[in-house]
Design a protein around this ligand. Structure first.
Ligand SMILES: [Zn+2]
Length: 1063
């Protein structure tokens, strides 16, 4: 039977699109019950088993519904039939393995596909898991359950009815088996109609009540009824109402509002900012300070912001340091918040509130949003004349009014995700013992930029001292904090495995093992794979046989994923042939295979201190693609003829096969260069390469390439426990630079080649020039030292950095380079068609065009570039739209940029985790440098460990005033007696400690923060008292004497972080 059926679909932009498809109704669809005696079901079952598929669609047949499903008092044995919204809102719960025997109606699956691909895919994944016994019942194709849309029926109502009809049919069909299908819905209307139709239905909450052994399921339900203690706070008046989308659009268009993504300062959760485009085409930073003005927006939300009158701009250039978790009293933070903002906004609590009220009126007046004024408790004045406000165009002239400051008037797009969190210890200690009634508690996200989240839980005691995942559901304007729900437990705080999972989750790193589908795309020969000169096109000449050449690789010790190898040959004309050979990953990873999609999704290998999360399965990464010595390996080669001055005479690109003669470490390569008794071919080649690399490097430096710096360390881990036993700075060898130089040359040459062939869709990498303002604070701090950075061009900057030396402090130049690096923009992948050629420039490398070609094992950008290069050099190469579709290429670039940023941060967090483990229970006295001046503290970098922390100059409660005063003119902290000061670049002595209280004791132990205390200069009330310092030193000596000298220090496990380059 043929029917036309219209489908409603929401596009990515939110438009509703309707399509009409031919629709077949059938008589041979199974109900899913494994022992069903109806002849149709027996037949359908037999056929499906044969095909391994459902009669329709692409959902693979899961194990059928069990003959003995969960039994409950009210329903007896039953199957759950959730509606679409239950899947969308409660997927975290439904994913729990305990939820079995679920009927997924095809109506629901179709709706899910339109509403959320994420949820749709999660549901499909469960259906594929045979343990779960989730069954897709094709009610839309079943002659007896398909319903036509009535004339005045909305598509939603039609679908709800289709669900009820399907449940009704199933109940009847399963009557003899005594199994009841139970519709699960939270829609009141649907529940009422179900009751009228005699369909068994219940709310999600009721349904979960059946799982008495799993009380946390109820915790995972949304937070419908969280009680707000702040509701009783007379000073709490709620947040301002948001403007409507139409008002926001109009406001942005007319230039009254600006929009951007809210970024919260990592060191001050009450200081946010957006970068907004202004009418003059420039981007400017607008500060948003305090919870009131952030108005329920959180880190990453796209917001509309109204700029405040100049009188309310922030004058003080630096921010206060705040940790939300330091509140002594949970919940009542009106006071703490006001105190904490004091350094930046010198208003009292009261005037703060008054300011907020006035501002609500400003927005309300102009854009006639009376609701906003109601929220501000001044409804009567709601339609008054517009108060003071500043148009973005008025901000353009630079002035001394301070930094432009604004308030959020609407959220354009939420960026809520799941957060790793822990129970507020202040709450946990009050402990509501052994109560099964849910209580509402605050949890603190590991990400300090995220506000406290209120959840309801029955497991306060269990959660105390644990890490777990929570999700935010809503943030009503009456509530001081957002409401959320518990998702799942991760494990004990402080446990290395738990903390590592936390940092992977927090940085959105996909770290699950590769699926069967992905592994199915590996070469069937496995590690027995061998070169086949026919299959691999060596015989036909398509792939050049370079096995006779003396190629070698140079990498960090322990490197197993070798993506690059090199060679150099002296030519008869006195020039050199130099080859860079890169693992031919795309020979194994074909476009649009499961493995390719997974690699694209992962985008990069992530290096942590103790492990590596691969982009590609190990068989490829560390074996078949890895350019190990003494085996035949496929490569993509870039071969130049360079003259004596290392100038390129010509360059060619070839698919090739190589046979590396040596896999060297940087150190081994260096030893060969330095040892005059060695004169073998490989050693001489390395010497030639080294000579050429130095010339290339000099030329790059002369052109203005920057030598930047970041403090990096590596850990020595104890073999079995993997506990860090020592930390050392990484020393760079000449040979590191050698390899880097040729990789840069290859990347640049390849970039030019692919751009020539794909002017609109080449994947390139650029590094924008930093705006001069980025250097303002640094320049200011350098003035007293009589040093100025020239920021006009990268060459000028490089030269001024070279000149910036202090005879008194050899570390100063390095420190300055570290701070300069922080003023830089981020390098990013982009599609050539989306920028003008002038914008291609790579500022840091001082090249006009650049890309990533040299690390396809661990970066997906390089995989794309290999495909582009292959298509550029081989006329017969077959490729699809993946190489020419500008839009797709741009989307892929966005994913890559995000993943790369996250991977870098994950690596840093991993180092931090190990640093804290290393310092646990230790007290170390070290020299550091002041890198940041803040209102109530200063940042200190400790070069010997590459770590940075903060010395607080004020306790965090208002009772004890700051020991030091911030002085704007000097951008320094001055002691009250004016005798001592702290300024940028100053050398100080500090004591480092990690709190080793029991983890659940307080917030700082839950965070395992490194604390820094000042030793020198001696400042009364701030630095450690002499007596305590002596005691610390004595204790340290005692420990050292008793320490086991023969500790099992073995290996550098920080795989090869040298390779993680930001460039
Ligand atoms: Zn049946």
């Amino acid at each position: 039977m043929l029917r036309n059926k219209s489908f409603v679909k929401r596009t990515r932009k939110g438009n509703i699109v309707r399509t009409v498809k031919e629709h077949y109704l059938r008589d041979d669809i199974s109900c899913g019950y494994e022992s069903c005696k109806h002849s149709v079901c027996i037949g359908a079952r037999a056929e499906a088993e044969e095909q391994g598929k459902t009669p329709i669609g692409d959902v693979h047949l899961a194990a059928p519904l069990s003959a003995s499903p969960r039994d409950s008092v009210q329903w007896g044995p039953h199957y759950l039939v959730p509606d679409t919204n239950v899947f969308v809102n409660q997927i975290d719960i439904l994913e729990r393995p305990i939820i079995n025997n679920v009927v997924v109606l095809s109506t629901v699956l179709d709706e899910l596909r339109g509403l959320s691909m994420v949820v749709y895919n999660r549901v499909r994944a469960i259906v594929r898991d045979h343990e779960r016994r989730w069954f897709v019942f094709s009610n839309e194709h079943h002659r007896e359950t398909f319903v036509d849309r009535a004339t005045d029926e909305s598509p939603n109502d039609r679908n709800d009815r289709a669900i009820r009809v399907a449940v009704q049919w199933l109940s009847k069909h399963l009557e003899t088996a005594s199994i009841r299908p139970v519709m699960v819905t939270n829609d009141e209307d649907n529940l009422r109609k179900a009751a009228a139709d005699g369909v068994t239905a219940c709310r999600m909450e009721e349904c979960l009540g059946v799982y008495t052994e799993c009380p946390e399921l109820l915790d995972m339900m949304g937070s419908v009824s969280i009680t707000e203690r702040s509701g009783t706070d007379p000073n709490w008046e709620g947040y301002a109402e948001y403007l409507s989308p139409v008002q926001i659009q109009a406001g942005v268009k007319s230039g009254i509002l600006v929009q951007g993504t809210l970024q919260i300062a990592p060191y001050n959760y009450l200081e946010g900012s957006i970068f907004a485009a202004f009418p003059d085409g420039k981007e400017r930073r607008i500060l948003v300070i305090g919870r009131k003005d952030m108005n329920r927006a959180i880190q990453g939300d796209k917001v509309a912001v109204q700029i405040l009158p100049r009188s309310q701009w922030r004058k003080a250039p630096s921010a206060a340091l705040v940790d939300e978790d330091e509140d002594a009293v949970p919940d009542v933070d009106t006071k703490t918040e006001a105190v904490q903002t004091t350094p930046s906004v010198p208003d009292t609590d009261k005037t703060n509130e008054g300011r907020a009220r006035k501002r609500a009126r400003v927005a309300g007046g102009k854009l006639t949003n009376s609701a906003a004024t109601v929220a501000a408790d001044e409804g009567a004045e709601g339609h008054e004349e517009l108060g003071e406000f500043v148009k973005p165009s008025d901000v353009e002239d630079d002035s001394l009014d301070g930094e432009p400051t604004g308030r959020v008037v609407g959220v354009i797009r939420r960026n809520w995700r799941s957060y790793c969190a822990f129970l507020d210890p202040n709450f946990a200690h009050k402990g509501t013992k052994a109560s099964s009634a849910p209580v509402s508690v605050s949890v603190l996200a590991m990400d300090r930029r995220i506000p406290k989240i209120k959840i309801r839980t029955r497991q306060v005691d269990v959660l105390s001292g644990q890490r777990f995942v929570v999700a935010i559901d809503s943030w009503p304007k009456e509530s001081r904090y957002p409401h959320g729900h518990f998702v799942r437990a991760l494990g004990d705080a402080g446990d290395k495995a738990t903390e590592t999972e936390v940092l992977l989750l927090e940085h959105d790193v996909p770290f699950q093992p590769f699926t069967k589908n992905v592994r199915a795309d590996l070469p069937p020969e496995g590690d027995k794979w061998l070169l086949d000169i026919d299959r691999d096109q060596v015989a036909s000449g398509k792939r050049r046989d370079l096995r006779h050449i003396d190629v070698c690789s140079i990498d960090p010790p322990g490197c197993t994923d070798i993506d690059d190898a090199l060679h150099a040959i002296r030519l008869p004309n006195g020039n050199f042939q130099v080859g860079v050979h890169i693992a031919d990953v795309t020979n194994f990873v074909k476009p649009n295979t499961a493995m390719d999609k997974e690699a694209a999704h992962r985008s990069t290998t992530v290096y942590l201190v103790d492990r590596r999360i691969d982009m590609l399965p190990e068989l490829l990464g560390t074996n078949l693609c890895s350019l190990m010595s003494n085996v035949d390996r496929l490569a993509f080669s870039c071969i130049w003829e360079l003259d004596q001055d290392a100038t390129i005479v010509n360059v060619t690109f070839h698919k090739s096969v190589i046979h590396s003669k040596a896999s060297l470490t940087y150190e081994e390569a260096q030893t060969r260069i330095d040892d005059p008794s060695l004169n073998d071919s490989i050693t001489n080649n390395i010497r030639d390469l080294n000579m050429l690399a130095k010339k290339l490097r000099k030329r790059r430096m002369d052109a203005g390439a920057l030598t930047l710096s970041s403090p990096e360390v590596r850990f020595r881990l104890e073999n079995d426990s993997q506990d860090p036993v020592d930390v050392e700075m990484k020393a760079l060898k000449e040979t590191n630079a050698l390899v880097e130089e040729f990789m840069l040359l290859a990347n640049t040459s390849v970039a030019a080649k692919i751009y020539e062939h794909f002017p609109d869709s080449a994947m390139l990498r650029r590094h924008p020039e930093p705006p001069a303002q980025n250097f303002d604070n640094l320049q200011h701090a350098l003035k007293p030292l009589d040093i100025q950075l020239e920021t006009g061009s990268s060459l000028a900057l490089a030269q001024s950095l070279d000149r910036a030396v202090l005879a008194s402090d050899p570390y100063f130049n390095n420190l300055l380079r570290i701070l300069t690096t922080r003023c830089m923009m981020q390098a990013q992948y982009f599609c050539s068609g989306s920028c003008t050629p002038e914008e291609f420039r790579h500022y840091g490398l001082a090249t006009g065009i650049y890309t990533h070609f040299t690390s396809p094992i661990r970066r997906y950008a390089d995989v794309m570039v290999h495909r582009l290069l292959h298509a550029s050099i081989d006329r017969d190469a077959v490729y699809g739209s993946e190489l020419t579709d500008k839009i797709k290429m741009n989307e892929q670039c966005d994913v890559l940029n995000h993943r790369h940023r996250m991977a870098q941060q994950a690596s840093r967090s991993s180092v931090e985790l190990y640093t804290n483990l290393f310092f646990k229970g230790k007290t170390v006295e070290e020299t550091g440098y002041v890198t940041q001046i803040l209102q109530n503290g200063f940042g200190v970098l400790i070069p010997s460990y590459g770590i940075e922390g903060v010395v607080y100059t004020a306790a965090r409660d208002a009772a004890s005033p700051s020991v030091m005063e911030y002085e704007q003119e000097a951008h320094a902290l001055i002691s009250h007696d004016k005798a001592s000061e702290i300024r940028l670049f100053q050398r100080v002595r500090v004591v480092l400690q990690v709190d080793d209280k029991p983890v659940s004791a307080n917030v700082s132990s839950m965070r395992r923060k490194l604390s820094l205390r000042l030793v020198e200069p001696v400042i009364a009330g701030l630095s450690i008292e002499v007596g305590e310092l002596e005691a610390l030193r004595a204790a340290k000596k005692a420990r050292a004497a008793s320490a086991d000298e023969d500790s099992k220090i073995v290996e550098m496990v920080a795989k090869h972080p040298e390779k993680i380059q930001t460039i």
